[in-house]
Design a protein around this ligand. Structure first.
Ligand SMILES: Cc1ncc(COP(=O)(O)O)c(C=O)c1O
Length: 351
């Protein structure tokens, strides 16, 4: 049985969170002399001299209506990287607990575990980049607090099998963190609407990919109200700055424009994959549900270096488990994609 009280670190259970000036007074007032801000203003036009809303209420309300999830089940982080770190800090006792990671996958699950001194147990994906359920099950013990799953997965690009994700959710008594950073580019449906069925589910999403706002640093964790309350207690009080709150609110009014960009990126991804398929130097094009494509290519490091000489940078994943000789290529603009293909062709001709 999933029991949040057992999972939670004792020190976090007892934690009295920082109470900010904005927590202690949030009504209407004429004169704010409670937070040691600069009362004269700021060098900028906006009233950035004031601390932002620590609870991001307006922004959460807007996210709630776009995602159709109650605001009390939404946590906002300084990028999803902050959400990842906060899950460790809330649930994993350093030097005692462990988590399960399924590489090749996003690197921050491991880095954050190391920062928090949490043991990492590895259940590599199978050859087809799907979960090895038997291996995952064999690694679980009473100290296993989180299983990290990424769907669509970075760097492989594929979605994880829906039934297998649900199998993990149904059978693991700790937190199952499903990172959906690339879900907007996928055919597979998000797990967001299953939040009510799985008290152990945390869905991570981000404004950095489809929303085109990587520079603002805004990530989302959707979970039960109880889990969201814990993350909110542990986070720094003003983790989402005022500029990000203002700009993200504006962006949320432009769902149509974002959907158009998603469609364009998916079309270009499919077209680029078709071109790659026909290129002799590319040995394999992995199917992608994301805004990037993983390709297996002879002498990947050499190709990577050659592309750099042409001013094109891709991600060299050739030393990553199961990705030997692989490069990960983000879908660019039409022109950038053509430049990349032309460079690969010219490399072949120069050899
Ligand atoms: C799977 C995955 N999760 C999370 C992130 C980080 O997202 P954010 O920019 O919100 O910190 C990335 C970034 O590449 C990613 O690939």
């Amino acid at each position: 049985m999933f029991d949040l009280n057992i999972l939670l670190r004792k020190n976090i259970k007892k934690l009295a969170p920082y109470s900010s000036a904005r927590d202690e007074f949030s009504g209407e007032a004429r004169v704010f002399l409670d937070a040691n801000e600069n009362s004269l203003g700021s060098p900028l036009l906006k009233w950035y001299n004031r601390y932002p809303d620590p609870h991001q209420q307006l922004l959460k309300k807007a996210v709630s209506s776009v995602k159709n999830i109650p605001a009390e089940k939404i946590f906002l982080g300084n990028g999803s990287d902050e959400c990842i770190d906060l899950l460790y800090r809330s649930f994993c006792n350093p030097g005692k607990d462990n988590v399960i990671i399924c590489p090749p996958t996003y690197g921050m699950y491991e880095v954050s575990a190391n920062i928090n001194d949490v043991e990492i147990r590895i259940a590599p994906l199978l050859e087809d980049f799907q979960l090895n359920l038997a291996h995952i099950e064999s690694l679980v013990d009473v100290h296993t607090k989180i299983i990290w799953l990424c769907s669509p997965n970075n760097p492989t690009g594929n979605s994880l099998n829906r039934e297998e994700l649900e199998m993990v959710l149904n059978n693991f008594e700790g937190i199952v963190a499903v990172d959906e950073a690339y879900i907007n580019f996928a055919k597979q449906k998000s797990l967001l609407q299953e939040l009510n069925d799985y008290p152990n589910l945390v869905v991570l999403q981000t404004f950095s990919k489809a929303w085109g706002l990587a520079g603002l640093r805004l990530g989302l964790a959707f979970a039960s109200k109880e889990i969201v309350d814990i993350l909110s207690k542990v986070k720094p009080p003003y983790n989402i700055n005022q500029a990000t709150q203002d700009l993200a609110l504006k962006a949320l009014e432009e769902v149509g424009q974002v959907n158009d960009m998603i469609k364009e990126i998916v079309d270009m991804r499919n077209a680029l994959a078709e071109v790659f398929e026909k290129m002799a130097i590319i040995e394999k094009v992995y199917p992608s549900d994301a805004n990037f494509i993983l390709i297996k290519i002879k002498d990947a490091k050499k190709v990577y270096d050659y592309l750099l000489t042409k001013g094109i940078v891709v991600r060299d994943r050739s030393r990553v488990l199961l990705c030997e000789d692989c490069l990960r290529v983000t879908v660019g603009t039409e022109k950038e994609n053509t430049d990349l293909v032309d460079a690969l062709i010219s490399m072949k001709n120069e050899q």
